[in-house]
Write a protein that binds this ligand. Structure first.
Ligand SMILES: [Zn+2]
Length: 237
């Protein structure tokens, strides 16, 4: 933790290179800013992994996981570039807006004057310790801000048992996560009777969202939907 804090201070003092291409000595170069703006201008769409796991929630993504957006997400999560939260949060907010304006469960809840519970995808505490921060929570706060019908609730926890999801295939990811999530105290108190919107950076195989949905439904959520910054597009067969 102390090391992460020291490194954050060092990052402030050292000259940076572009978080998108690492080629320019600026935080984000002109070319990468332009590509990011293009991603922002595209229309968010409903997305499904291929193959789509059973129990996968309705999920909207702003863009595909490649190019500058993929580089920025990696810099944000793993290279300490917390300063990218506003840009990436805008992409997530756009996906969230697309979801809310098209999803019947969200529309019905809002029509009935209910709040939507916005739930950041939980991180393993080992990875939070390693990074000294929780990128998905930062992204969620940046995306949602204080918009009255949306309330951020850290309703989910994920156990440290099992391996990091990175580098695992679809079946291993699903097996690795099964039963690994649980409701937090706040989740137990607030999920029942609510429509929950899970926010995450990327959807890949969909196994985290399947597990999040099952856990929130087990706590009495009436419906669970999701939005992500980006979606991995499988190429070829
Ligand atoms: Zn660049």
């Amino acid at each position: 933790m102390a090391f992460a804090a020291l490194r954050a201070v060092a990052d402030l003092a050292l000259p940076r290179t572009c978080a998108g291409c690492a080629a320019q000595p600026v935080a984000l170069c002109e070319a990468c800013s332009t590509e990011l703006r293009d991603a922002m201008m595209t229309v968010a769409t409903a997305t499904r992994p291929t193959p789509c796991p059973e129990g996968f929630p309705v999920t909207w993504s702003q863009t595909s996981y490649d190019g500058v957006v993929a580089a920025l997400l990696r810099s944000f999560k793993d290279a300490g570039r917390a300063d990218l939260a506003p840009q990436l949060g805008r992409l997530l907010r756009s996906a969230l807006a697309g979801l809310i304006s098209h999803d019947p469960a969200c529309a019905q809840a809002l029509h009935a004057g209910q709040q939507l519970l916005v739930v950041p995808m939980p991180s393993r505490s080992s990875s939070t310790r390693g990074r000294g921060r929780e990128p998905t929570v930062e992204l969620t706060r940046s995306a949602v801000r204080a918009t009255p019908p949306l309330v951020v609730c850290r309703a989910l926890r994920v156990s440290d048992n099992g391996r990091d999801q990175a580098g695992l295939g679809a079946q291993d990811r699903a097996r690795n996560l099964r039963g690994a999530m649980r409701l937090s105290g706040a989740g137990r108190a607030r999920v029942r009777g609510r429509v929950c919107v899970v926010l995450d950076d990327i959807v890949t195989t969909g196994s985290s969202l399947v597990e999040a949905r099952a856990t929130l439904l087990s706590g009495g959520a009436t419906d669970v939907v999701a939005a992500t910054v980006a979606a991995t597009r499988r190429r070829g067969g």
